[in-house]
Write a protein that binds this ligand. Structure first.
Ligand SMILES: Nc1ncnc2c1ncn2[C@@H]1O[C@H](COP(=O)(O)OP(=O)(O)O)[C@@H](O)[C@H]1O
Ligand SMILES: [Mg+2]
Length: 187
């Protein structure tokens, strides 16, 4: 994959398939400490310890031995390729947390990509799910909480085209504003 947002889409799809009603997506960029961290937390069905081993173990990823897909190993590999690290924690009946840490200025650190469209696609596909998206760039950040939006909009569904467009523009504009405060950082 060429953009982190595509990895995010993939990992969040796992959460949705696991029946999560709450999915928290965090993107944290720290140019001083030179890291980019993705964190996706859900309250879905979770995984047993044995299964978790199977899901992350690169030796079980060959076609013949692996019954599940490669979304998690691919993200793990992408993070480790930059000198970063990957953490996955899960508990049956509680939920799952996936964290991928990238070395931000490493040549193999992919661009974040289009998070505005990613959030729009996710909300369009699962308007009943509570999504929290937090983007931080150094000391600045912004939050999108669909539960709050739903309350404000009352009877207007989140998957109405105008609402989706608003969400898209909100994410895009705020990402720009949050980064703009850091123009001297050369990013
Ligand atoms: N957030 C999650 N909650 C519960 N199970 C999960 C979660 N993420 C992944 N899994 C389990 O791990 C498997 C492997 O995930 P992944 O590597 O993304 O491949 P794929 O989604 O293509 O199967 C999934 O099929 C699913 O059974
Ligand atoms: Mg997957």
């Amino acid at each position: 994959m060429k953009e982190l947002s595509l990895h995010i889409l993939d990992i969040v799809q796992n959460s949705l398939r696991a029946g999560a009603s709450l999915v928290q997506i965090m993107v944290t960029i720290d140019t001083r400490q030179d890291f980019l961290r993705l964190k996706i937390e859900d309250n879905g069905c979770g995984m047993t310890e044995d299964f978790l081993q199977q899901v992350t173990d690169p030796f079980t990823t060959t076609r013949t031995t692996r019954k599940v897909g490669l979304g998690i190993p691919l993200l793990k590999e992408a993070a480790e390729r930059t000198g970063g690290h990957f953490i996955i924690q899960s508990q049956v009946g509680v939920g799952t947390m996936v964290e991928a840490n990238f070395v931000y200025r490493h040549i193999d650190c992919m661009p974040l990509g289009d998070m505005a469209s990613t959030m729009m696609i996710l909300i369009q596909g699962s308007p009943e799910v509570d999504f929290i998206y937090e983007y931080s760039f150094n000391e600045r950040s912004f939050l999108l909480k669909t539960a709050e939006l739903r309350e404000i909009l009352q009877h207007v569904p989140l998957d109405e085209p105008q609402v989706l467009k608003w969400i898209h523009d909100f994410v895009q504009e705020n990402e720009g504003l949050v980064r703009e405060g850091n123009v001297n950082e050369n990013n």
